[in-house]
Design a protein around this ligand. Structure first.
Ligand code: GDP
Length: 220
């Protein structure tokens, strides 16, 4: 019965109920824009002015519940590689999603973010979902990047866009949720979801699915 339902959904091009998708997401952007802080806020619900500048692990995971699917993000931080102005191709390889971060108090970081978007388009999978995050939105009194300007750039380039604050948690969960919702989920679109290490469909294999609308991943 369950199998039939799944088969039917497959043919309709709809995601099966409670299907679990493992998604590689990369954080990209100039050093000190707040990439690690955004990850720490999203995964652990914490913020620290003096935390280690890298997350100290290859990646962290966090789960987002959608109505009929669960998205488990495998979140890769750059581990400081952005200081060398080029990220290893393996960092982008297999990424189905990216958050390109700039600092709203520093226009240079937006210019760098725009370059990163070009790099992602060249090096990552063609249907990667990219979000632009204007971080440190709590520092509005030092704002250097106009919200409308960034929004217009994002619209022109088919990027999700939000201003965020790892410090106050503003729009942190929201930006990951927006990405989760935009990821292709039908079998027709799913190409990269099912290929390679990070495209594994774990729908039958893991107990970490959402139940009663709650995630196993925790967070604030
Ligand atoms: P990364 O190098 O891009 O990973 O940046 P970090 O996460 O290490 O953050 C660099 C600095 O910016 C640290 O001192 C953080 O505390 C600070 N920072 C990060 N996010 C925010 C934010 O949303 N608001 C403010 N005011 N400071 C932030």
């Amino acid at each position: 019965m369950e199998e039939h339902h799944r088969e039917a959904n497959k043919h309709n091009g709809l995601a099966s109920p409670n299907k679990l998708y493992l998604t590689k997401l990369v954080l990209v952007g100039e050093a000190a824009v707040g990439k690690s802080s955004l990850v720490l806020r999203f995964v652990k619900g914490q913020y620290s002015e003096n935390h280690q500048s890298t997350i100290g692990a290859a990646f962290l995971t966090q789960t987002v519940c959608l109505e009929d699917a669960t998205v488990k993000f495998e979140i890769w931080d750059t581990a400081g590689q952005e200081r060398y102005h080029s990220l290893a191709p393996m960092y982008f390889r297999g990424a189905q999603a990216a958050i390109v971060v700039y600092d709203i108090t520093n226009t240079e970081t937006l210019a760098r973010a725009k370059n990163s978007v070009l790099e992602l388009r060249q090096q990552a999978s063609p249907n990667i979902v990219i979000a632009l995050a204007g971080n440190k939105a709590d520092m509005a009194n030092e704002r250097a990047v106009d919200l409308q300007e960034a929004q217009a750039y994002a619209d022109d380039n088919n990027l999700l866009f939000m201003e965020t604050s790892a410090k106050t948690a503003m729009n942190v969960k929201e930006i990951f949720l927006a990405i989760a919702m935009k990821l292709p989920k039908s079998s027709a679109e799913a190409g990269p979801w099912r290929r390679g290490r990070s495209g594994v469909d774990l729908s039958e294999a893991t107990p970490q699915r959402c139940s009663s609308g709650r995630c196993s991943g925790g967070g604030p």
